[in-house]
Design a protein around this ligand. Structure first.
Ligand code: ATP
Length: 260
């Protein structure tokens, strides 16, 4: 059994009178890809925002590698090795791929000048090219190209590469294939598998159940602010997953499918 990297225990979060998380519990292990599923309003975004420090939790506990963690900000999460890539990705579109891969952590000349130290561009370019090569996208992309010249899928790959570069143990993806074309979607899904092969843990939200079967090891289903089911992907099927999301019996769903 591989090591547990992240555990949520009875996590609660409310927004005024709306309870978004009412005791959600979840465990992620090293090197697995877990899909977080659920209908609109089930609490998926709130759960990942709790882990990424956007919405600090009201109750329950989060453990990172067995230690109880206090995640009150995005910085806390990153320092604990948890990187979240939101749908709009957090890339700076006018800057180069190289700058984006190292944003805020670029190699500098004269480091004693602190925040005024000039960026060491040859070193930055070299490190960026090495990273693109390591993650297998160097043939397609030039480190000097501006991010606004890239497709949505390529942008996702750059955002994920950045998370890998800084040794994030847990990479959280919020609908990583949303708005992408077929080929780009396959590129991102392939990339997720490579990230797993490098022993990172991936938690991704998706509304596309087909993608789950292509890339995830395990599914976790949320309804009304709770995790209501977990399955190994190898032990389930499309119909069962749909039934779990909707909160109905598989037989009911199968009957409905016959009628329509
Ligand atoms: N910032 C907020 N302020 C108030 N209510 C919120 C806020 N964020 C989420 N909620 C509420 O919390 C509940 C869970 O929302 P959440 O966005 O986590 O669901 P979701 O599963 O991600 O849905 P979707 O798939 O539609 O994105 C919903 O009732 C939502 O309206």
């Amino acid at each position: 059994m591989t090591a547990e990297v992240l555990r949520l225990e009875s996590v609660r979060k409310s927004f005024g009178s709306v309870t978004a998380l009412r005791g959600a519990s979840l465990s992620l292990r090293e090197g697995e890809v877990v899909a977080l599923l659920g209908d609109n309003g089930a609490g998926k975004s709130t759960l990942i925002k709790a882990v990424s420090g956007v919405h600090p939790i009201d109750g329950g506990a989060i453990y990172v590698r067995g230690e109880k963690a206090s995640i009150r900000s995005a910085r806390d999460a990153i320092d604990l090795g948890i990187e979240t890539i939101h749908q709009d990705t957090s890339l700076a579109p006018d800057l180069s791929i190289a700058r984006n891969l190292f944003l805020g952590r670029e190699p500098v000349k004269l480091p004693f000048l602190g925040v005024f130290a000039p960026i060491d561009f040859p070193a930055l370019r070299g490190a960026a090219s090495a990273l693109l090569k390591r993650v297998g996208i160097s043939k397609k992309l030039d480190a000097d190209a501006a991010v606004n010249t890239l497709s949505g899928g390529e942008r996702q790959s750059i955002a994920i590469s950045r998370a890998m570069q800084f040794a994030a143990k847990v990479i959280i993806l919020d609908e990583p294939t949303n708005n992408l074309g077929v080929e780009e979607t396959h590129g991102v899904l392939r990339f997720v598998k490579e990230v797993r092969d490098a022993r990172h843990t991936v938690l991704f939200i998706t509304h596309n159940i087909h993608h789950v079967f292509q890339v995830a090891d395990r599914i976790v289903v949320m309804r009304r602010g709770e995790i209501v089911a977990e399955r190994a992907v190898a032990d389930t099927n499309l119909l069962e997953v749909e039934a779990l999301i909707m909160g109905v019996d598989v037989s009911t769903l199968a009957e409905q499918a016959k009628v329509h």
